[in-house]
Design a binder for this molecule. Structure first.
Ligand code: ADP
Ligand code: MG
Length: 223
């Protein structure tokens, strides 16, 4: 594992992606092939094998559709956009998922700040971060999105009450295919980082003093 880590640090993002895709697709394929061979040999418990194969295929579908998103040539359509409005749009999309876990999403509706950005890309970023926050949290709690003007930057914090992120894992976030989730793709934060880079924005990740973690974005303020 140590060696792989060193190697992946030296590899370009494209190289890491290619290696990751090959690995992530080969494993399900190998497993599907194995189960098909068992079925061909005429085993019992067919229903179990079918279910596993469908799950594996769904995993590949998920990965390929996220990769398609990445490979789409992003044409930036930047203009001044209200942060509050973008947050509201994204929260609407995630409301039912949050409600199922009894999670409340709060944000200050009275702050009227804008950033110069591609609206759909920044909504994708907010979606990825808030979705991760929901997934990190057990039943109930609050996700707070705080917006402010700090040091001539526009700062957006996504603050959750999840388990936080172990120090030794923080630097791996955003590496393609790094996931700790059963059904994760490990592509969300990579996409997030790329989009933020295109906006000259930064992402900082840290543990909260009490519990959970904060994903802090800083955008250049509009002059
Ligand atoms: P995925 O969500 O598919 O796992 P991401 O790139 O979005 O991929 O996230 C990568 C990993 O980062 C997650 O699997 C999880 O371990 C960690 N992570 C991301 N957001 C949080 C969070 N808010 N709290 C704790 N861990 C997180
Ligand atoms: Mg995610």
């Amino acid at each position: 594992i140590e060696e792989m880590m060193v190697r992946s640090e030296k590899m370009s993002i494209a190289g890491q992606l290619a290696a990751g895709v090959a690995h992530e697709i080969r494993n399900p394929l190998t497993s599907i092939k194995g189960f098909l061979q068992l079925l061909q040999a005429g085993v019992n418990r067919k229903d179990v094998y079918y279910k596993i194969m469908i799950d594996e295929i769904e995993k590949m579908e998920k990965i390929t559709s996220e990769l398609l998103f990445i490979s789409k040539p992003l044409t930036d359509q930047k203009q001044n956009e209200s942060i509050g409005q973008m947050i509201e749009d994204v929260v609407k999309l995630l409301k039912s998922q949050a409600k199922l876990k009894n999670i409340e999403i709060t944000y200050s509706k009275d702050v009227e700040l804008s950033i110069f950005c591609d609206r759909s890309q920044i909504k994708q970023v907010l979606l990825n971060l808030i979705k991760n926050a929901i997934e990190a949290m057990e039943e109930s709690g609050t996700i707070d999105i705080s917006i402010g003007h700090v040091d001539s930057c526009i700062q957006i914090d996504v603050i959750d009450e999840g388990p936080g992120i172990p120090e030794e894992v923080i630097h791996k976030l955003g590496e393609p295919f790094f996931t700790t989730k059963e059904n994760g793709t490990g592509l969300g934060l990579m996409i997030t980082k790329q989009i933020l880079e295109r906006h000259d924005a930064t992402l900082e990740i840290f543990q909260n003093e009490d519990k959970g973690s904060t994903f802090r974005m800083r955008f250049p303020a509009i002059c």
